[in-house]
Design a protein around this ligand. Structure first.
Ligand SMILES: NC(=O)c1ccc[n+]([C@@H]2O[C@H](COP(=O)([O-])OP(=O)(O)OC[C@H]3O[C@@H](n4cnc5c(N)ncnc54)[C@H](OP(=O)(O)O)[C@@H]3O)[C@@H](O)[C@H]2O)c1
Length: 297
């Protein structure tokens, strides 16, 4: 099969043996696979020895083989899923991808090309909100709210009864129905004007660190999406932690239902053929892009 892996100067297309599913695993024939910031960073070698050559986390496709001990999904089912380890030699930017069955959920009613764009990002939003542990009525700053993780975090936080203030880069706009501020100089002041004393928590999907933490009230909570980087200092009793998303069929099943109901905002992505991964990665790396990028074999 054909797969895109990390080469000396970025993503390269190679011919490799088809991977076989082991115990508890399924093999998926890829219909579409998103190109996320983690792929761009991996292709640039930013994770060094922490990452294998495999590229691609998200996938939507059809199960074409199952390993021993799998009680679902079955061969022929349309599914979404994502790999959650950095080290594999192969990822989802391939014609076939092997995942743990527990990291895969049925998605029979979704357009697979759109569906390939949310498993990792919306799971990060869901699991990040779990990690923050705020209560209904609490206020939450979401940075990077025009991006994929931030947009899903804002949507899911509103559904959890949180009072969301979003932060977006000037001119980026905001697609979720919440107040928002633009990240011009001194923007945490604008957040504190909306949430006097500071917000109860921050979901820092833009990776702004100490600046985002500055908008949090004393003894509030801060969440980073960059688990391989140091957390900002826990000033003023603010609890700081990072989320590292993992494939969880229960969460993915909820997200599939929200996407099918139109609650989760899943825009039409830009498509690139697997053979033109170089262009896809270049496009995905452009700031202010707004739309997701997918590879289609
Ligand atoms: N921990 C995990 O498990 C996990 C999982 C998925 C993603 N992530 C990480 O989460 C982050 C967001 O991912 P994503 O897919 O949502 O990326 P994305 O779609 O590119 O969104 C990031 C958003 O943050 C904005 N932003 C970046 N720097 C900014 C700055 N200095 N000031 C204001 N806004 C800024 C970007 O604006 P511009 O486009 O204008 O730059 C964009 O709107 C990435 O770092 C990714 O690696 C972590």
């Amino acid at each position: 099969m054909r797969a895109v892996v990390r080469g000396e100067r970025g993503p390269v297309l190679v011919d490799v043996a088809a991977p076989e599913p082991g115990p508890g695993q399924v093999r998926i024939r890829t219909v579409a696979a998103a190109v996320n910031p983690v792929d761009v960073a991996t292709a640039r070698g930013l994770f060094g020895e922490l990452a294998g050559a495999g590229l691609g986390w998200d996938v939507a496709g059809t199960v074409d083989a199952v390993g021993p001990g799998v009680d679902g999904p079955a061969v022929g089912e349309r599914v979404v899923g994502f790999r959650d380890r950095l080290l594999p030699a192969l990822g989802s930017h391939a014609e076939l991808v092997v995942l743990d069955a527990a990291a895969v959920a049925p998605a029979p009613d979704l357009d697979p090309v759109r569906a390939a764009t949310f498993p990792l990002n919306a799971s990060t939003a869901w699991q990040g909100l779990d990690a923050l542990g705020l209560a209904p009525g609490d206020s939450l700053l979401v940075t990077g709210a025009a991006g994929a993780v931030g947009r899903h975090a804002a949507t899911l936080a509103v559904r959890r009864g949180l009072r969301v203030v979003a932060a977006v880069r000037p001119g980026a706009g905001h697609r979720v129905d919440t107040p928002y501020v633009e990240t011009a100089d001194g923007w945490p002041d604008a957040v504190r004007a909306l949430a006097p004393g500071g917000v109860d928590g921050a979901f820092d999907a833009a990776g702004l660190g100490a600046t985002a933490l500055d908008a949090v009230r004393s003894a509030g909570r801060y969440l980073s999406v960059l688990p391989v980087l140091p957390l900002p200092p826990a000033f003023r009793g603010v609890t700081t932690r990072a989320v590292a998303a993992y494939g969880d069929r229960t969460v993915l099943t909820e997200l599939v239902a929200l996407a099918a109901a139109g609650v989760l905002d899943v825009p039409e992505p830009e498509r690139f053929p697997l053979a033109d991964a170089t262009s896809a990665y270049a496009r995905a790396a452009e700031p202010g892009r707004g739309t997701p990028v997918v590879l289609v074999p």
